[in-house]
Design a protein around this ligand. Structure first.
Ligand code: HEC
Ligand code: HEC
Ligand code: HEC
Ligand code: HEC
Ligand code: HEC
Ligand code: HEC
Ligand code: HEC
Length: 394
């Protein structure tokens, strides 16, 4: 089949239950959160789908039980040009990274993971109430441990995790102190993963409503993302999918339904595709497409908010054909037969590109290795059509 299917051997630490069994801690209950487990009984299908999604599993505490089966993956090392090296090591107590320099050896425990692992997985440890990132990241394409993206080319142990990072990779965290870039959090308040209540708001009032007999159905006490205007719907996703932004208001104050531009400064206007990275900026890329400009398209025109359909090229092509029917505005390319066209829209019009921010350096050679992602600039790429024809002829 045409299209590169990236081999996926997730580290799968999974099980991102923020506190035991996806129930909210007291710190979260005080804010009106109940935890996704409370939603399971009445919304079992959505709940089931969501549990296996990249969103739900994008961060969580590192749990020894859930990584035992993959322990071999956690043993590895990365050597720097100056001879210093860092190893990742699995023991029965957990995963550690040990940095060996000419001066000494520093051992840090992986307490929290970031990233479901489709492309990569990074780790952090708690130093008091500050989260500090560990030096090595697991890079899935190369199936090994690498110096974390954006790091200098030497052992680096002091990168603090900011609330910006948590705003995109967790549902909530209470910032208790902020001094420059160094922030402290209340660890019990961290709601790992991107969960129901991130997109629908705290659910206590809704659960109470649903359990009341004779309830008034005009107000269900929950954010109805399905009733959003086009911009509200896009802004909810763009909160984490517009690349680099800076806070205009305190972290975590944006609520679904709010106007994103009142909370963050961001730059969607790019002069060329090269200005926008494939990493994390699907909104910026999509808004450069005619499809987006000339229709009412939102992110959920193609993506279910609860379920991943990754690598299902046919399912995505069906989404294209909900607007580009064979009768109206259809593909004008005559180089391949109709069956090849209808199953492969995204192979030619949303080709895979190298990310410029999820980039790793090969040890020894220094060669750059990048994560591969599909661009969201939907347009005509003549080169991709040629590649496909060449592929068919083989
Ligand atoms: C005791 C049962 C119950 C529980 C628990 C429950 N819900 Fe609901 N929920 C309902 C009912 C009933 C409706 C209304 C269904 C309808 O209008 O078709 C609903 C509707 C919704 C809607 C759609 C609202 C709309 O009108 O578009 C959302 C979103 C939602 N629930 C989210 C949640 C979340 C998130 C949780 C967990 C925090 C949760 N629910 C827990 C019963 C429940
Ligand atoms: C709170 C931040 C946040 C919000 C809000 C958010 N996302 Fe995401 N999304 C992420 C992060 C982080 C990832 C990467 C997850 C990973 O692989 O670890 C992601 C991954 C994805 C993926 C890739 C899933 C896969 O299979 O790899 C899709 C598609 C996606 N989001 C769509 C959406 C849509 C559509 C919305 C709006 C309804 C949305 N996101 C809202 C943060 C967010
Ligand atoms: C503006 C939101 C945002 C911020 C800030 C952010 N990320 Fe991400 N991150 C994403 C999205 C969205 C993805 C999904 C891949 C993509 O679209 O590039 C992602 C992907 C990842 C992945 C790969 C996930 C996978 O499944 O392969 C890792 C690891 C990661 N981020 C770690 C971090 C860490 C650590 C920080 C903070 C130091 C951070 N990210 C900051 C939005 C963000
Ligand atoms: C990334 C954001 C996001 C997350 C996380 C999320 N939802 Fe939703 N949800 C939405 C959006 C957007 C819609 C509107 C979908 C539409 O209009 O097609 C929606 C619709 C719904 C609905 C009403 C329509 C339906 O599909 O039944 C329910 C109920 C619901 N969500 C429950 C949940 C529950 C329960 C969870 C957690 C297990 C959850 N959602 C997690 C964004 C999200
Ligand atoms: C919500 C409706 C909608 C969806 C979904 C949609 N498109 Fe479009 N698309 C449009 C509209 C409208 C245009 C502009 C047509 C015009 O100029 O008359 C367009 C234009 C295009 C063009 C021409 C672009 C150019 O620069 O000339 C291509 C190619 C295209 N779409 C491919 C796709 C593919 C592939 C998908 C699925 C991944 C898709 N579209 C999904 C509405 C949509
Ligand atoms: C016209 C259809 C379409 C629309 C609209 C669309 N996407 Fe996508 N998206 C795709 C396809 C196709 C993929 C590739 C899926 C795969 O690799 O299997 C994708 C992949 C992604 C990924 C995974 C990137 C990666 O490889 O880590 C994220 C994140 C994402 N989309 C977010 C969004 C967001 C946010 C929006 C709205 C701003 C959006 N998408 C709008 C079709 C669409
Ligand atoms: C083999 C690669 C390939 C596939 C698969 C493919 N296209 Fe195209 N498409 C092209 C090329 C190349 C053009 C430009 C054709 C030309 O100008 O002769 C094009 C043109 C278009 C246009 C612009 C039409 C116009 O007259 O402006 C749209 C819309 C479009 N494609 C949508 C789709 C959709 C939807 C699918 C899936 C059903 C699809 N394409 C599948 C290569 C492809």
């Amino acid at each position: 089949m045409f299209g590169v299917i990236i081999a996926m051997a997730y580290l799968l630490i999974r099980c991102a239950d923020y506190n035991e069994n996806n129930t909210a801690s007291q710190a979260l209950i005080n804010l009106g959160y109940v935890g996704s487990q409370s939603c399971e009984g009445c919304h079992s299908n959505v709940y089931k789908e969501h549990m296996s999604s990249a969103h739900f599993n994008t961060s969580g505490p590192v749990k020894i039980d859930s990584i035992k089966n993959n322990w071999k993956l956690y043993n590895g090392a990365y050597k720097f040009p100056d001879g210093d090296w860092v190893e990742s090591r699995y023991t029965n107590e957990g995963v550690y990274q040990v940095a060996h320099t000419s001066m000494d050896s520093v051992k840090q425990k992986a307490d929290v993971y970031f990233g479901f692992g489709r492309h990569a997985q990074s780790f952090a440890h708690w130093e008091g109430n500050t989260l500090v990132q560990l030096p090595l990241t697991y890079f899935n394409n190369a199936q090994g441990w690498y110096n974390s993206p954006g790091y200098p080319d030497k052992v680096f142990l002091n990168r603090v995790i900011t609330s910006r990072c948590l705003e995109c990779h967790t549902s909530y965290a209470k910032v208790t102190e902020q001094k420059g870039l160094v922030e402290k959090f209340d660890p019990a308040s961290v709601m790992y993963g991107i969960d129901c209540e991130k997109c629908h708001g705290p659910g206590a009032g809704h659960v109470e409503w649903a359990n009341r007999s004779n309830n008034d159905s005009s107000d269900k006490h929950i954010i109805k993302a399905g009733n959003f205007s086009r911009q509200q719907s896009i802004d909810l996703c763009a909160l984490c999918h517009s690349g680099v932004m800076s806070n205009l208001k305190p972290a975590f104050s944006f609520k679904p339904g709010d106007k994103l531009s009142e909370f963050y400064a961001y730059n969607l206007v790019a002069t060329s595709v090269e200005d926008l990275d494939v990493h994390g900026n699907q909104y910026g890329l999509l808004s450069m497409s005619k499809c987006f400009e000339r229709s009412e398209m939102t992110c959920i025109s193609c993506h279910s908010p609860h379920n991943d359909e990754t690598n299902n090229i046919k399912a995505f092509s069906q989404k294209c054909m909900s607007c580009h029917t064979q009768q109206h505005n259809f593909c004008s390319f005559k180089g391949v037969n109709k069956d090849m066209l209808t199953g492969n829209c995204i192979s030619c019009h949303m080709p895979e590109k190298e990310s410029r921010s999820i980039v790793f350096k090969e040890q020894g050679t220094g060669k750059a290795l990048a994560a591969i992602m599909r661009t969201h600039v939907i347009k005509i790429y003549p080169e991709e059509a040629k590649k496909m024809i060449a592929f068919i002829k083989q």
